[in-house]
Design a protein around this ligand. Sequence first.
Ligand SMILES: [Zn+2]
Length: 550
Amino acid sequence: VIFTQTPSGTPWVGTSCQTMGAHYWWPCKAAFFHQEDKADSVSIQLTVPDTLFAVSNGRFLGTVPDSAGWKTYRWLMTYPASTYLITMYIGPYVELTQPIPIPAEKDTLLAHYYILSGNEARARKEFFPRVPDELNLYTKYYGPFAFAKDKFALVQSSYPGMENTTAVAVGPAFPHTLLPGETNPLQWYDRQFNYMVVHEAAHEWWGNAVTALTWGDFWLHEGFATYSEALWMEHRFGEEPMHQYMAKMSFKVDSTTSVYQPRHKTAREAYHLNIYWKGAWVLHTLRYVMGDEAFFKTLREFNTDPRYRYHNAATADFQAACEKNYGKDLSWFFLEWIYGTGWPEIHFESQVSGKKVTIQVSNVSTSRTRFKIPLDVVLHSRAGAEKRRLWLKPGQNRFKLTAKYPVTSVDPVGLRWILSRKKHGTMWYFTDLDFVMGKFGKGLELTPERKLFVKEKEASYISPVRYLFRGAKFVRLRLDTSKDARWKKVALEARAHFFRKKNQKPWEKVNPDSLLPGNLQHARSIEYRLDFSRLTGETLPIPKVILTYE
Ligand SMILES: [Zn+2]
């Protein structure tokens, strides 16, 4: 239970009971090991000073007066709920509502936003244009919202975020979420969306409606909510940004622990960050193995299956649901990726001679797990593209293919879907996305056609802060000059980023095709600047800056 004050000094109370702790503030059994541990329904009555508003789970039944200066807020959660999701928020809240049409269900959901008084305009700007899209996306992929008769609600909270059912905590501030083409007022905010809403709201499906049977199955909450972030990226920005998002996440995956954590008895041990990053990654790879149709059909069936919705499910239940739609055994996949540790290191080489293609793939594991995995390759020719699925066995693989037409190039497209670490080019960012987020100097303008107009001499662009990932040997920042010769006149500079201005070091020139200057190799975060002053008066396409880890 968190007792604090709002910025204006009014009492502000909240609770967050991720994993264990609910029993410290209300009488309950604080675990979700068996189905019977969900409460069938919960009635909550909160008596507070009558100047404050008390929000809780479920539907609002009204208030009753208490002794002088106090009143009681009555709430009723009519659906089964895990005890760790029961919550209270007390403060100077106001309620905003938004009817959200859900065409796929021929229904309208009334979303409630409980916001501290004075924050209404910001909340409207943040939530109203986006939450309808998020709820419709989740309905499409995961099935109808499970608690529709009670409510869907987001609540401003003093702590960062928590998936409290029907009253999801979204943190104290609302970082402005970007729509394509918008500029980010918070330059340091290195995300394309409001993580708290995209992630925590996904838990209404994964965690709150379908709950893990044991702590070992905890990735069914966090892996799925984290993969929802990538699905949002794909939905909102396209496939390429989704792959970039997943590539970025791959650097956080730990090779020594599995996604399923069977031997861990306590909640604290089971709550390993790998259930987030590797949990999301195995779903990405599983989607690729099964194909979109079977994968998304499975997610929806699994989430809406009456055996699991409002109850609990195990990893084995999810596997059975996948196998039903895939039509084949998937125990090899689950053993390798979910019960096993590590990932494959895949090294791909190809030689082309007319229609004949020889492919050599080395598939070496970073752990004791041996990986069998399909690798999709596209054979390009002047007549078009042919896709082939090659099944890699552990170790060295050699394939001889014959294409219909003479092959011009071979693209191992499947690598983007497989959690693996390649030696080169594992991570990359393009400025195409950055230009939505970075800071423009006054001499530089973005035209409606998404071209750059260099208006006057002081024409620069400063990227948002880039957090560099540890674990890479070298960081390379490069300006791609291949598409437009004028890009060669753009100067690229970088510097380590410091929140305190007085620590800020001067910009350093980055030479084309060389590594970042030595002291920046070990920086935690960097910014880069593109200087267009040698191109005054020109209108040019947005150049690409590519950040790679080697
Ligand atoms: Zn989560």
